[in-house]
Ligand binder design. Sequence first.
Ligand code: DUC
Ligand code: ZN
Ligand code: ZN
Length: 479
Amino acid sequence: MSVIIQGGTVVTAHRSYRADVLCNGGKIVAIGESLEVPKGADIVDAGGQYVVPGGIDPHTHMQLPFMGTVASEDFYSGTAAGLAGGTTMIIDFVIPNPQQNILEAYKQWREWAEKSVADYSFHVAITWWDDSVASDMEKLVREHGVNSFKHFMAYKGAIMADDEILVNSFTKAIELGAIVTCHAENGELVFRLQKKIFEQGITGPEGHPLSRPPEVEGEAANRAIRIAEVLGVPIYLVHNSCKQSLEAITRARNEGQRVYGEVLAGHLLIDDSVYRNKDFEVAAAHVMSPPFRAKEHQEALWRGLQSGNLQTTATDHCCFCADQKAAGADDFRMIPNGTAGIENRLETIWHHGVSTGRLTMNEFVAVTSTNTAQIFNIYPRKGSISIGADADIVVWDPEAHKTISAKTHMQNIDYNIFEGMTVKGCASHTISQGNIVWANGELNVVRGAGNYVNRPPFANYYDAIKKRTEQSAPVAVNR
Ligand code: DUC
Ligand code: ZN
Ligand code: ZN
């Protein structure tokens, strides 16, 4: 079945131009003015609208078992909600328990993800270390299309990676041609501060940001970056929420280090006053890590995107409903960490980014799709409107209005952190694998239609780094 998108303006990360786009067999097969309409093709009228590559969310946690419960959004409902908002691919996380075989965990996540309605891939977290982890990392890269490994520097006593794990894993990653990613918060300090604040009698959600100040994030960001520098591995820092981690990234990039930074739509738009809300349910609904920050950090994060020191946007979509958040009613440390957003990322970033003049339309495409595809080595199959690319496309109506609400959203969670926000600019149509799956407010998805996307290692680039390192190896003085 063919789909033709007629009369729109194609917007890529690099340019904007008038063209029709023809999709067949799940791929883009023709781009040009006044394309002939194949017999029986579905026609999408994109007059007055933009035709952009489907969004890629590089950071989601569907049905994650976490903090004694399981995230309420599964791979079916989560990828469907993504399509409703113009996100056609996610990169989720396999998070093995400490001592759990990482290949086994990967297979478990693959099974859970089979119900996805849109394409998906996985970063794999390294939560412990021994020789079997090293050899399973190798299998994941060589046989299973994984090219990124995640490290949680927080969550002491659970999934935290200490410096020894970081050094071992980063060293292995470079051998394999994989990129390393980090959740940068100093877990030791968080543990200490949580205890102190709780003992001071602050037991409610307002204790959450107090126990995870920006300095804790800045320290870990800087440490991860410097470890990566010594070992010579490219590094990607997830969910930068504050000036301190942005400064660490900016400094390293200015020195020529290959460091990438991600920012969440939530961190760009929501400040820490939410934790002081008198209603426990509202305050707890915002508990995620790193927490929302004081306003000054938001403007800095926008400037990070504008300057190119932050390259990607994500959501850290990890849903817990009020009954799950209630586990921390008497102790903020027990509130499951996580908020939603996959459905609203593109529209909130368009409204607050493009409509305010902070980002150009092309930059919008770069930070919502193309840069992620490039950093994680799936470009131009994903993140581009080009012949031969996957037909994952969004028709973007810059005039459409919408007021975001948990009452109307598709996400499987009872709260929306953007509740009441009116945005101008929304996905009128989403095309996934060449099929129209979202049109004018209606979803038409097929359970299990999503495909696993293999991400090959960065072989050539890494070979060059290894060669350079060997050439500059120190020499012992001959005495
Ligand atoms: N932060 C969250 O808020 N939830 C899931 C994991 C994480 O790092
Ligand atoms: Zn995280
Ligand atoms: Zn996360």
